[in-house]
Design a protein around this ligand. Sequence first.
Ligand SMILES: C[S@@+](CC[C@H](N)C(=O)[O-])C[C@H]1O[C@@H](n2cnc3c(N)ncnc32)[C@H](O)[C@@H]1O
Length: 350
Amino acid sequence: MTPRALISLLYNGSKAVDVLQAALDLRILDALDPGPVTLGELSDRLGLIPGRLYKLLDCLESLGLLEPARPRPGERREYRAVAGLREAVDDVLGPASIERDRDRHPWTVLHGRLPEVLRGDFGMPDEAFSWPPADEAQIASFEQSMAAGLGPFVESFRSNAPRLWGGRERVRLLDVGGGDGTLAARLLPGTPGLTIDVYNLPAIRPLVDRTRSALDCGSRLGFVGGDFLTEPLPTGYDAMSFVRVLHDWPAETAHQLLRRGFQALAPGGRVMISEEFRTPERLARQFFWSYFLIGVDSCSSMLRELSEYAGILDLVGFSDIEILPGPVEILLATKPGTAPGLEQTQPRSE
Ligand SMILES: C[S@@+](CC[C@H](N)C(=O)[O-])C[C@H]1O[C@@H](n2cnc3c(N)ncnc32)[C@H](O)[C@@H]1O
């Protein structure tokens, strides 16, 4: 797509979403997904006016979301959705939409004022949004947003469970910056020997308490209050996870947090990093935060490449750095040496 075409579509973005919503609601996408289907078949099947439906299909085609084809010259056009369209529309417009959830945050405060923001004459007022969240309402709203986007992380941790926890009967995990404990709570049922403490700012404790009782975690979900910017991380854990935490901070702070993790772990202890590692697709999905946080200096929001974290882990002293696959990758690394009394982890599989 040329810049001219893209910008024209962006200008008409709200209408494009309206087209997609209608295509979803009228089940047009259900028919286009397997495709191919002609205009006549589609309008008959769905009881829609062909001349009007034709224009809606043109809108979809201009968005690059349809693959129209004529089987032979002179024959009727047949339509088919590009691969993954139905799923993507469900994702963005459906009930679990993270885009809709993010839209609750007060971005309109900045809208139209970016020149002032970039010159330093205006920024997000603390009472609208501050980082870390400043009061009870902000904390609850932010952690709700985080919990809403946890699906791919839960899936990645679950699908890599044998590699992450295998070989140890009991694993004590510290989930650093572990939000309201939702990720921890969703990992516990599949792994009986696992206990997880969420490490977070003391003000988050009530949210983790609520998750513990709502999801029936009992004593397997704990909470340790602290400030990882100013205090060492607690000791006594077999593993530490940093899920969507490091990208909030400049590289020096991310480096320091991993160093704190290294110092707190015993030899043989493992660190797990998972977040939206930088790719063009993820940068696009992150657009909201990149925009919104232009006005919030205390939050860096830096999507980094996997390789950058692998480099930091190496510098800090971790070894056996591996990338576990999934909807979001997990970087797994080990503090060299074996702690007395700890069973060996499984050998690397590659
Ligand atoms: C982007 S959220 C990620 C939450 C969770 N890991 C997830 O993926 O849903 C970052 C988390 O770091 C926590 N956090 C921010 N600053 C912190 C600090 N100085 N010490 C401890 N935790 C902090 C926040 O409260 C929040 O839970």
